[in-house]
Design a protein around this ligand. Structure first.
Ligand code: IPE
Length: 260
């Protein structure tokens, strides 16, 4: 069985969320070095849009489509811009990464996937390359377009690869906190279907422009994928070595989301 690890580099880590269109190049570079240094090459990487796509996504419309075509064009352009920065860094650091544009790989209806070309992901993996996807605006049968987050795409890829016989080791979501905090700002080490309802009310409201729903959305998606045995780790990308340790299965200070 082919083992695979999925990594999402959150927009809050790779961009300055308070400054439109500002990438944190040195953080992206360190994370790329940690991925490379882990020696693990069987990977799919996703990244968020942060202050690139979210800025235009909020300005021109949102999750349920856009009033005019310029919204789609500009969000797609901004999503590609941060992708280009991430790709340059991954390749510079010696990772054979290939960008796959979600807009050209998926179609949804009311936000739910109806068609995909994930076969391409398998082909890229078979050729020893690392597929990279990202938060994007994609085509939707009901709303014309929708905003699709990097981790939702990654989760869908995880489900697809599991069905195709891959062993999806884990999904690592790299954010800017040590996982999910309780009211005392202590990390909640484990979230599962039993404790989630209680924990939900402890979560901080995400006040920034984030059309894909922030932390709650991440956890609920992770709980869905946990049902098929794929565990998600939420870790802090601002701390050196956390990503490489998580890839290698060493201990990290974060939250694990699993079935039980
Ligand atoms: C958002 O993607 C996509 C756009 C706004 C175009 P994500 O939801 O994956 O981005 P982050 O990680 O929250 O910034």
């Amino acid at each position: 069985m082919k083992n695979i690890t999925l990594i999402k580099l959150g927009g809050s880590v790779i961009t300055d969320k308070d400054t439109p269109y500002k990438a944190k190049i040195s953080v992206i570079r360190r994370l790329a070095k940690e991925i490379k240094g882990s020696g693990i090459t069987s990977l799919v990487i996703a990244h968020g849009s942060g202050s690139f796509g979210h800025t235009s996504a909020v300005k021109y419309g949102g999750k349920k489509g856009y009033k005019n075509k310029w919204g789609i064009a500009k969000v797609a352009r901004d999503a590609m811009e941060i992708n280009r920065i991430v790709m340059d860094t991954l390749i510079d650091e010696g990772l054979p990464a290939v960008s796959l544009r979600p807009m050209s790989m998926m179609m949804t209806s009311k936000g739910r996937i109806k068609k995909n070309l994930f076969e391409i992901i398998e082909e890229v993996l078979n050729q020893g390359l690392i597929p990279v996807v990202y938060g994007d605006v994609i085509w939707d049968k009901a709303w014309k377009s929708t905003i699709y987050s990097g981790e939702t795409t990654l989760n869908e890829i995880g489900i697809y690869l599991s069905k195709k016989g891959y062993k999806v080791n884990k999904i690592i979501q790299v954010g800017q906190t040590d996982g999910v905090y309780d009211l005392q700002k202590e990390t909640i080490p484990l979230i599962n279907k039993k404790n989630w309802d209680k924990i939900k009310k402890y979560l901080f409201e995400n006040k920034r422009a984030d059309v894909t729903g922030g932390m709650q959305h991440k956890i609920e998606n992770a709980l869905k994928i946990a049902k098929i045995g794929i565990n998600t780790f939420l870790i802090n990308g601002n701390k050196a070595k956390e990503l490489s340790n998580a890839i290698l299965g060493k201990s990290v200070k974060g939250t694990i989301i699993r079935k039980n």
